[in-house]
Design a protein around this ligand. Structure first.
Ligand SMILES: Cc1cc2nc3c(=O)[nH]c(=O)nc-3n(C[C@H](O)[C@H](O)[C@H](O)COP(=O)(O)OP(=O)(O)OC[C@H]3O[C@@H](n4cnc5c(N)ncnc54)[C@H](O)[C@@H]3O)c2cc1C
Length: 366
């Protein structure tokens, strides 16, 4: 049987491994540690509405025909069809699927002070501690220029911080500033919703401005402006894990690398004309497996790229009950078609939770 290696046991890698296994193939999945922490509801950890144990899973409940190798990938030698792990082990392959995701490039901007965000777990818990402790000062929250992972998360972060400060009755003593590297808060389909919410919540915002430096006294933007802030909630530019650049594939439904017939890139690490999120990662994985199936003479079914999402928008009533808006994007006919319900609802927060739990169950088996 063909030796198929899948690098990365997140949304894309696991979807691909499971899909291959369901076709009777026996892929090997390489994961750096024995657990995975889901992303979408991490912002709710700030308000205590989500807990780590509900979004963490291990790899012991995968189908038996997926072999799990624990190790961190250090190098991919495409000419030799080999993957080198950081402990020196080498794994050979006949077909390779790269699903290593992305990293937050703290080295891409000058940072000389402490930074928080909702993406990295340590910084997330530190941010929770901060937001529940402060009773004055200025907090700046940024979104880098696209592409970055999960378009709404920076907007969600500032609105959840706003909610917690209102709940603690200290909102009038803390100034909130939002800086976005894009010309609209993301994703563009709900940009008007964000701007209305920022106005209503008294959040100062700056668009088309990237944070280029974090100093002790605030942040410096790429046009040289300095914004004074005591606390910096910073998502640095996103970069692919291991590689210099996003991996260029032949197309959204042919995810082979440009120069290699036997190497595929899926999920956030791939250069695709779509947002970087879990649904797109899943669809790219299914399409990569469809191509492999076609080549192996198995039944192949390709999928279109589209998704529904929910953005947490906090709650200005003082209650610690995050409301959300719903939006969707459909790329199946070339030009993206967007739709939304701009009315914040509790029900949408619950739907996002049900969706995330269903994704985890499907991927990890519980
Ligand atoms: C805070 C946050 C909020 C989000 N919100 C949403 C949302 O609301 N909706 C949505 O659809 N998506 C959301 N996402 C995005 C979604 O989680 C990602 O787009 C999706 O996980 C991408 O899948 P992936 O498999 O490419 O990457 P990942 O799921 O990150 O998987 C990559 C895997 O590769 C592993 N890996 C990394 N380096 C190595 C190495 N050297 N060797 C071996 N393995 C390695 C990682 O440990 C990980 O297991 C959010 C993400 C975050 C962090």
């Amino acid at each position: 049987m063909e030796k198929i290696l899948v690098l990365g046991g997140g949304v894309a890698g696991l979807t691909a491994a499971r899909e291959l296994a369901s076709k009777g193939l026996s892929p090997t999945l390489v994961v750096p540690q024995d657990y995975y922490v889901s992303g979408p509801s991490r912002p709710l950890i700030l308000s205590g509405e989500q807990s780590l144990d509900r979004i963490t899973r291990g790899y012991n409940f995968l189908p038996k025909n997926i072999e799990v190798v624990y190790g961190s990938v250090k190098d991919v030698k495409t000419e030799e069809r080999k993957v080198v792990l950081s402990d020196g082990r080498e794994l050979e392959y006949e077909r390779l699927i790269v699903a290593l995701g992305l990293r937050y490039a703290y080295d891409a901007i000058k940072i000389v002070d402490r930074v928080y965000n909702v993406y990295d777990l340590g910084r997330l818990f530190d941010l929770k501690n901060l937001v529940w402790g402060i009773s004055g000062g200025t907090v700046v929250v940024n979104a880098p220029k696209q592409p970055y992972r999960c378009a709404p998360a920076p907007g969600e972060t500032v609105m959840i911080i706003d909610m917690i400060l209102r709940h603690r009755k200290v909102r009038d003593k803390v100034k909130l500033i939002y800086v976005d590297g894009n010309d609209k808060p993301q994703p563009p389909v709900i940009a008007d919703v964000w701007l209305k919410l920022f106005e209503e919540a008294g959040i100062e915002y700056h668009l088309s401005k990237q944070v280029s430096e974090v100093t002790e006294s605030g942040v410096v933007l790429d046009d040289g402006t300095e914004i004074k802030a005591d606390y910096k909630v910073i998502l640095p530019p996103n970069r692919p894990v291991l590689f210099e650049d996003w991996l260029e594939v032949r197309g959204p439904k042919d995810l082979r690398l440009k120069d290699y017939d036997d190497v595929y890139a899926i999920g956030d690490v791939a250069k695709l004309p779509f947002p970087k999120n879990a649904e797109i990662a899943t669809q790219s994985a299914l399409n990569a497996v469809a191509k492999i199936s076609e080549e192996l003479g198995l039944e192949a079914s390709y999928v279109d790229y589209k998704f529904s999402g929910w953005a947490y928008v906090g709650n200005r009533s003082g209650k610690l009950e995050t409301l959300s808006v719903q939006f969707s994007l459909d790329f199946s006919e070339g030009k993206p078609k967007g739709s939304k319900d701009p009315e914040p609802k509790r029900e949408y927060t619950e739907r996002k939770d049900a969706w995330e739990q269903a994704v985890l169950r499907k991927l990890f088996g519980y």
